[in-house]
Design a protein around this ligand. Sequence first.
Ligand code: DC
Length: 230
Amino acid sequence: MVITIDGPAGAGKTTVSRGLADRLGYRYIDTGALYRGVALAARKKRIATDDDIGLEALCRDLRLRFIRNADGCRLYDGDDDIEDQIRTPEMSMLASAISARSVVRRFLLDVQRQFGREKGAVFEGRDMGTVVFPDADLKFFLEAPLEVRARRRHRELNGRSDQSLDGVLKDMQRRDHNDQTRVLAPLKPAADAVVINSENLTADAVVERMMMEIKMLEAKLRNHGSTEGS
Ligand code: DC
């Protein structure tokens, strides 16, 4: 199966996607990391977020790939491990700005679909169920109130940034606004997505809830197969 998990920052997508992929023995692909990878390269080369020609050339030269090691999945550009560099508040905002550009979305659409050619994967992002994999077997949309998401992100950043809780909340609000109002592939649940509010659920509980949906789908497919065969 191809399973998609979309939602805003801090809704718990990463922990849940990893947990679900582990349970199923699937690959897990964090597509936000790819946008962050483009943003980091643009900053290093001083390419502005509205310089479409510069961004197009930049994308052509990028060699983004995920390498799995004991710490999980890390993003590389060629031989450079860029995982730590892409996880800063600055890269969050820049990735959000750059993700509104059609040259970048077009480039990453191909990259993401390549990853999806082999089935058995959980994709997390903003437009996985709406645009990248509209025919995914199962789509989830994970949400939680802004304040809850900001508190979670602030805790996660602990030690890596001195940003205050209020700063994290304001950045998140701006990023939500950018991601939801952009013209191309805005953040929204797919019409056929299962929407889960993670506010009062642990990550394990969300994974359980998703596993229930997967089992229901598997049973439906089995039934369908047996009625077709009879
Ligand atoms: O999931 P994340 O916080 O790492 O994503 C960083 C930014 O990348 C996010 O604010 C919007 C963009 N993004 C996107 O436009 N489409 C995706 N599928 C994933 C991320």
